[in-house]
Design a binder for this molecule. Sequence first.
Ligand code: ATP
Ligand code: MG
Length: 333
Amino acid sequence: MHKICVIEGDGIGKEVVPATIQVLEATGLPFEFVYAEAGDEVYKKTGKALPEETIETALDCEAVLFGAAGETAADVIVKLRQILDTYANVRPVKAYKGVKCLRPDIDYVIVRENTEGLYKGIEAEIDEGITIATRVITEKACERIFRFAFNLAEERKKMGKEGKVTCAHKANVLKLTDGLFKKIFYKVAEEYNDIKAEDYYIDAMNMYIITKPQVFDVVVTSNLFGDILSDGAAGTVGGLGLAPSANIGDEHGLFEPVHGSAPDIAGKKIANPTATILSAVLMLRYLGEYESADKVENALEEVLSLGLTTPDLGGNLNTFEMAEEVAKRVRGE
Ligand code: ATP
Ligand code: MG
């Protein structure tokens, strides 16, 4: 039995998450879904965006499936990632047939360090009109994120990928912090003889994900660079409605679409469930359910290629109808 903490949250989270549950149920796997609240709505009701019960449920379950939080996102998702110590943010960038992409052969994964860098929240006004932010890079966090990236490249190599990790940094300017980042990258690389290791400056990398995205396999970078790079990368394969993510640590995994609560389209049942379904695919792999993961991904691929989609991709199905098309194929109907 897989015990999953389900947090729908706000806005379209209330649509794309139930639609994804529909698909997960079609796998026939034994799931126990434990529902928990977080976000704006529960904040208005109770004064807490991330209630204690939700934290306990998240800690107690094998994985968390998360929808979106609106204005309280920073208090909810950033905090949850910290509490669960999910230090790796994983964002696949993959072209699917039937979706407008830069190139049809894009298939790589961005691994973003999730716990430090400029996101430590250490900011100060040191004088009137002079503010600073502290960028924290530690050997310990570097080692574990690079190991994670190389292990992922090994896994992907078994599935026929090249077996390469590309590190993106700015060591020419940030000599100390990214100097350490780059040094530890090549130190960890030595443990993985069968995986290629290369590095680029983040600015050049930003160009290469447009000019030669097909050459990448696993890309690893620090927190803020990863945030910026991955949204751009999502744009090359169809945009926010399609971009999934996983937050993974040694003890916990949290899976969520990259998009937010999208208040402009919430309640209309037109949100694309793809990003959340693909996040569930990542969750299935995390749970070791590889066969079901492939089944769901293949079903979704077919549905996308047939144009059985929500309006944002040019189709005329609603959120739940599109999910049902996927679920049907997962059940083999
Ligand atoms: P939040 O503050 O919660 O992030 P937002 O207004 O920034 O909300 P996002 O969810 O980040 O909204 O999305 C930005 C835009 O992309 C939305 O206005 C929406 O139209 C579109 N969008 C996002 N997710 C989807 C989706 N799953 N399906 C269709 N369109 C989407
Ligand atoms: Mg947003």
